[in-house]
Design a protein around this ligand. Structure first.
Ligand code: MTE
Ligand code: MO
Length: 195
């Protein structure tokens, strides 16, 4: 198993450290059965279009140790996430050369958008374990995205479908005024025109 260390051990501007792990969910928590769980890849892809749980666990597994920053101003440092790196997943999805953005669709309807090149950074992981324990339902079980270099609303829980697109589109919080880029180190909390 590959282990990646990407904790920065310092807190971005305007954030405070918590040792707890708060739950931040808009709306209700979806109930998912592993027997029916699938992860879909739609839009501009040339390879795999669907994985079931067993197939997902057969992919190469990795861990990353990384910080987590919520825009409501808490940060939790040195989280150990285990799952499949997006870089490894991309080898079987094979995004088309026209694919530049990805919409992440979740069970329950939440969405968030990211440029494909951000997802391809070395520490982006689709995680099913946190700090050596199976992810709890509230934190995104069975599978969530973790994008360490962006505010945590980009780290979608209960992921269901990754839609590969040739142009950007705003997700749930991005439509409601939160930053499209969401870099915590630059304190990109809101769209500049709204802040
Ligand atoms: N599906 C889904 N994913 C989500 C959210 C959500 O409401 N629904 N909230 C986001 C926000 S705002 C944050 S801060 C993190 C919180 O993750 P946690 O609840 O595991 O701490 O999840 C993100 N992913
Ligand atoms: Mo958040």
């Amino acid at each position: 198993m590959t282990a990646i260390e990407s904790t920065e051990n310092h807190v971005p501007p305007g954030q405070s450290i918590t040792r707890k792990f708060p739950v931040l969910t808009h709306g209700s928590t979806p109930q998912i059965s592993l027997n029916h769980w699938t992860l879909r890849f739609s839009g501009l892809v040339k390879g795999q279009v669907l994985l079931n749980w067993k197939q997902f666990l057969e992919l190469p597994q990795s861990t990353i140790t990384t910080d987590f920053h919520c825009v409501t101003q808490w940060s939790r440092l040195s989280n150990l996430w285990e799952g499949v790196l997006f870089q490894d997943l991309a080898k079987i999805i094979i995004p088309d050369s026209a694919a530049t953005f990805v919409m992440i669709h979740c069970y329950g309807g939440y969405t968030t958008n990211l440029p494909l090149n951000v997802l391809l950074e070395k520490d982006v992981i689709l995680a099913h374990k946190h700090d050596d324990k199976v992810l709890s339902l509230a934190h995104g079980w069975p599978l969530r995205l973790v994008v360490p270099n962006r505010y945590a609303w980009k780290s979608a829980k209960w992921i269901a479908n990754l839609e590969f697109m040739n142009q950007d589109q705003p997700g749930f919080w991005e439509q409601r005024g939160y930053s499209n880029n969401a870099d915590a180190r630059k304190e990109e909390r809101f769209w500049p025109e709204l802040s």
